[in-house]
Design a protein around this ligand. Structure first.
Ligand SMILES: N[C@@H](CCC(=O)N[C@@H](CS)C(=O)NCC(=O)O)C(=O)O
Length: 207
């Protein structure tokens, strides 16, 4: 029995759910976090002492940190597909999970919090503008990266890198911000977000 804990409007839960669906796994998802609460309950903290979502329970094997969950699911159930077995090929996919978590995510964080979670009269417009500028610079890097004709981030097939970055770019397209023209990124986003496994996972209202 597999359980993923977390509301689907969370980018980090979306990654885990998309990976599980892409791998064709049977799982139950339990809504916690955000309006559902429950993250400070002792039972939840026993699973995830961070009090954050997502948490994975794979038949008693408990794991938290969304990108670690994506890597685990892919390695355990998707060797040769989502999880390239050649270490060099895998590295070219895997780096995008770190790029999302340590570069793009932190760059866009203040814009997301400011525009989605902060009342208009309390917004720090300068911090939002700086965040959007940092994020858009990274977006242009991604656009340039796609210019060699690759279909997916690690080459010709869909891998874990497309999941982590796909969830982040999906939200970038939904944010009420000025965006530079990125035709290749838009095509890649269309390619990954129309996969059956992404239906009902991407395109969530920003919360
Ligand atoms: N580094 C963690 C971050 C987890 C995180 O910050 N999750 C957010 C949702 S995206 C959360 O738990 N927020 C509290 C809530 O939803 O109530 C991961 O990638 O799993």
């Amino acid at each position: 029995m597999m359980t993923i804990w977390g509301r689907l409007t969370s980018i980090n839960v979306a990654k885990a759910v998309w990976a599980a669906r892409e791998l064709g796994l049977q799982f139950e998802r339990i809504d916690v976090g955000g309006p559902y609460g429950g993250l400070d309950k002792p039972e939840y903290l026993a699973l995830n002492p961070n009090g954050k979502i997502p948490t994975l329970d794979d038949n008693g094997y408990i794991l938290w940190e969304s990108n670690s969950i994506v890597r685990y699911l892919a390695a355990q159930y998707g060797a040769g597909t989502l999880w390239p077995t050649d270490p060099r090929e895998r590295g070219l996919s895997d780096r995008w999970l770190d790029w999302q978590a340590t570069e793009f995510g932190p760059a866009m964080g203040p814009a997301f919090i400011g525009l989605i979670r902060t009342p208009e009269d309390k917004r720090n417009h300068q911090a939002i503008a700086e965040s959007v500028a940092r994020g858009n610079k990274l977006i242009l890097l991604l656009e340039k990266f796609l210019a060699d004709g690759r279909q997916y981030l690690a080459g010709d097939r869909f891998t874990i890198g497309d999941i982590a970055v796909g969830c982040a770019i999906d939200r970038w397209f939904l944010l009420p911000i000025e965006r530079p023209a990125t035709p290749l990124l838009a095509q890649w986003h269309e390619r990954v977000s129309t996969r059956p496994s992404a239906q009902g996972v991407l395109g969530q209202e920003l919360k």
